[in-house]
Design a protein. Sequence first.
Length: 212
Amino acid sequence: MATDPLGNLYREQGKYEQAELLLLQALDIWERALSPEHPQVASALNSLGSLYYEQDKNEQARPLFQRALDIWEQALGSNHPDVALALKNLGRLYSAQGKYEQAKLFYQRALHVWEQALGHDHPQVASPLNNLGFIYDKQGKYEQAKLFYQRALYIWEQAWGPDHPNVAISLTNLGELYCQQGEYEQAKRLYERALRIWEQAWGLTTQQLRLL
């Protein structure tokens, strides 16, 4: 649930100062109008944490994500989809800091919650699968990484079709993995398919995409 639609819009546009002001205001309003432990407060905390995370302000983001997690677990139960969102965000934060083992634990919990709540083939499930693939890739555990990337790819293709941008993300990740293993022809095929998807999604030529 959006706690402050305009604040979140500014965040998505990269207007971080305006977004921060509005999201702080929203948090204060919800805390006073409801209670500091209300799920709506957790949504506000999550939005504000995401704002700081996107600016690499991880030390400011972490307590906000953690507090959102604590509120959602207490109010909604440990297997609610909102809990998985906070877990995933904490995983992203630790991954960005290179703390891959901590990140893995959060991603694994998020995956479990979403699988139980939404089903094993729900498109939301593909997100922590992709994240876990990245973690194993960074740790040099390529076969494990490949399994997670391939499952994420399969889910997104089934849910949204073969030409969705998220499919291109999975194809690119798999391509990079094959490249690291010296399997260049397989990597090339995946990259070329990903490029075609980006061309269709963004209306850009291959030459323009190479300049991004």
